[in-house]
Design a protein around this ligand. Sequence first.
Ligand code: SAM
Ligand code: SF4
Length: 334
Amino acid sequence: MTTNPSPLLIDRFGRIVDYLRVSITDRCDFRCIYCMSENMEFLPRAQILSLEEIEKVCRAFVELGVHKIRITGGEPMVRKGAMDLLRNIGRLEGLRELVLTTNGSQLEALAGDLKACGVKRINISLDTLDAALFKQMTRVGDLNTVLRGIDAAIAADFQRIKLNAVILKNRNHQEVRKLVDFAIAKRIDISFIEEMPLGMIESHDRAEEYYSSDQIKADLESHLTLLPDTTHTGGPSRYFRVADSETKVGFISPHSHNFCGDCNRVRLTAEGRLLLCLGNEHSVDLKQILRSNPDNLPALKNAIVDAMQIKPEKHDFDLSEKPVIFRHMSVTGG
Ligand code: SAM
Ligand code: SF4
């Protein structure tokens, strides 16, 4: 099967969907304070898609014109069999880019295998370079393990490595310059993300700790020059190049710069829900379709095509309200 040249996945607003993000588990070896509550209940195994089911959904999407798939979670690397799944997805004809988002905890051992599986680019979360603060923000993570993982990823020579940092006021906002200096020294990129109100958390008040992309940019510009970068990656990041370096700095600003007009993506949750928008609950239960008729790929593809009709125009996050979206980012796949 070759990819159909005319797009098959188009929503009511004329946006072409060619990018799928897949959460392969809601579990994680970290408990980041903005992502999870301290005592999370995870889904029972029977409720999450099997690796075969995930692969089937990916195949259906690629046959419908999706050419980029991001594997995420939870922490994708803690799912048993993740490497085989990645290898199989990487072989799908028509898929141009298989990419991964990880917290880096397993990268020291797995970076080389990931590259061999066909993973082209990798995003690694890193909110601080201070070991004590890292422990506080992840609740359990070890900074040095992640730093060794980043070095292993660099040695494995991925096409691109990008750090992701969620910035919270009076917690890690003082870290932004050090993080950019680190990215420059390692010759990799970095994106700063505004915290989104997904799921109930108890560690902090999201509105009180909101720190905007514009504030981060201003902080950085007092020390270095950011030149607008014209290459458009089709994602929500607005990129700038740090003068006299190879590093790009991105800003993902769901509150301050709405990016929904360009949205080209949908998400598959760990429990098999096709989620049409990160900030809304519009979804289709693909697990039910898969399990009631496991060998019917056309039925699955029809359901995916039809789902495009309920993709919402935009998200509307409001930090002053209790979260309206009860699902945590770890279930959704960030
Ligand atoms: N465990 C992997 C990791 O941390 O990279 C992949 C999954 S994680 C949910 C994906 C990304 O979502 C991470 O960069 C994380 O920092 C970000 N994230 C989690 N919760 C968030 C929230 N409430 N608002 C904004 N970003 C969030
Ligand atoms: Fe785990 Fe990633 Fe969520 Fe942190 S952000 S708790 S590493 S899924």
